[in-house]
Structures are given as structure tokens and as C-alpha cells.
Ligand binder design. Structure first.
Ligand code: CA
Length: 229
């Protein structure tokens, strides 16, 4: 659930915004003071900020500027004066959107949803959110489908990658060759349990310093394979 902070000193407006946003299943908090609003925006784990312009102790311009130094969450600024909108744009504070009071609460909700969706797309495509599996010297980047052994990238075929990732994500569990074949290869695939053996051998050649004494994938004789952790 997305968390939203509203910094607004007019209680009736803040409560109205909150009610509408909560109907759309957002988790909403209200702060009426400017400085406290900045502190909460910086400290809290919010996904979006709705900032009024005229506030006690610190105005929306300054709050936006300070928040932008450390966070790139969407900021929607609201103001009673239409002139302020031009000022906000002119200052280049990094606000994502502007609304002039009075605005319809459903308009606000629509914009909140649009900005959150856009932000999630941006964050989702950035490398920091790559799905990584790391075990000792082995690093598997599932998002980029790349494998590194002691910092050096190794090339894996699609099935080798799938097999290694599956085993690494289920460590200390013994899988039979039949189970692994079913799991990694389509039912229509040509091949059998020997295919698994061949792929394990190839994975070891890329992964292991000494393939006769494997550190990652162990052979459990008469049963199958297990990823050591
Ligand atoms: Ca105000």
C-alpha cells in the first residue's frame, strides 16, 4: 500500500484529501506545520508528498527544495493562488505537479495515481532494484540474467542459467535429475535426465575452481544434486 504525506494547515482541506485518498486504498498521514512536515517527509518512508504552499514555520517552496536534495518521490504542490503555479514552475523546484485550490478531490486522486504509476515504472527499471542472489563468490543478477564468479562475468546459456538459479535459490535441498528436468525444461523438450547431467557439468566448469571437488553444486550419489550453502 502506498504511503502519502499531506502537509496542509487547513484542516478541512487536509481531511477531505485524506478521505478521498483512503477510499482509493492509500495510507495517508497529515501534518499541519511546515518544518515538521519537512522532518517527517525526510524521515518517513513515503511514496508521495502533497504540499500546500503557504504553511506555518516553513513554506512549500522550501520544503520541496529540501526534499528534492535527497528524495525523488513524486511531489504535488497545491496553492490557493493561480499566480503561485507560475512561480513554482519558474523556480524549478522539482515538483511533479501543481493544483490550484479549490480542486476536486477526485482530480487529486487521479493525479496521485498517475504519478505513483510513473514513479514505480522509473524505479522498477533502475539497476538498484535488480533481483540479486549472492552466495559466497557467486553472484546471480536475475534481472539482467548475468552471472559473476569472484567478480568475473561468466557466460551461461539460458538453461544453464535457469538451472543454476533454481538450485541457488533452493540451497541444501536435494533434487533428483527427474525433478530438475521437469522444472527447467518444457515438457515438449527433447531430452532426458542425461541433459541435466550435461548441464551440471557445464555449469561446474564455469563456476568451480576444481570441478572434481565442487564448492557449489554437490552430487548426491544415486539421488541427484544439492546446492551447498
Ligand atoms: Ca496554507
Amino acid at each position: 500500500m502506498s504511503r502519502i504525506l499531506i502537509v496542509e494547515d487547513e484542516n478541512a482541506i487536509a481531511e477531505l484529501e485524506k478521505d478521498y485518498l483512503e477510499l482509493s486504498n492509500f495510507d495517508v498521514e497529515i501534518e499541519s506545520d511546515g518544518k515538521n512536515g519537512l522532518d517527517r517527509a525526510l524521515a518517513g518512508d513515503y511514496d508521495l508528498l502533497i504540499l500546500d504552499l503557504m504553511l506555518p514555520s516553513m513554506d512549500g517552496f522550501d520544503i520541496c527544495k529540501e526534499v528534492r536534495k535527497v528524495k525523488d518521490i513524486p511531489v504535488i504542490m497545491v496553492s490557493a493562488k493561480k499566480d503561485d503555479i507560475d512561480k513554482i514552475r519558474g523556480l524549478g523546484l522539482g515538483a511533479d505537479d501543481y493544483l490550484t485550490k479549490p480542486f476536486s478531490p477526485s482530480e487529486l486522486v487521479a493525479r496521485v495515481k498517475a504519478h505513483l504509476a510513473r514513479y514505480e515504472r522509473l524505479v522498477g527499471s533502475s539497476p538498484v532494484s535488480n533481483d540479486i542472489v549472492e552466495i559466497r563468490g557467486l553472484k546471480i543478477d536475475k534481472t539482467a540474467r548475468r552471472v559473476y564468479v569472484d567478480g568475473e562475468e561468466k557466460n551461461f546459456t539460458t538453461k544453464e542459467f535457469d538451472l543454476l538459479t533454481f538450485l541457488a535459490q533452493n540451497p541444501n535441498h536435494v533434487f533428483t535429475k527427474e525433478e530438475l528436468f521437469k522444472k527447467i525444461w518444457d515438457m515438449e523438450s527433447v531430452g532426458d535426465n542425461a541433459t541435466v547431467t550435461v548441464h551440471i557439468k557445464k555449469i561446474r566448469e564455469k563456476l568451480e575452481f576444481d570441478t572434481s571437488n565442487p564448492q557449489y553444486i554437490e552430487t548426491i550419489w544415486g539421488v541427484g544434486y544439492r546446492f551447498k550453502i
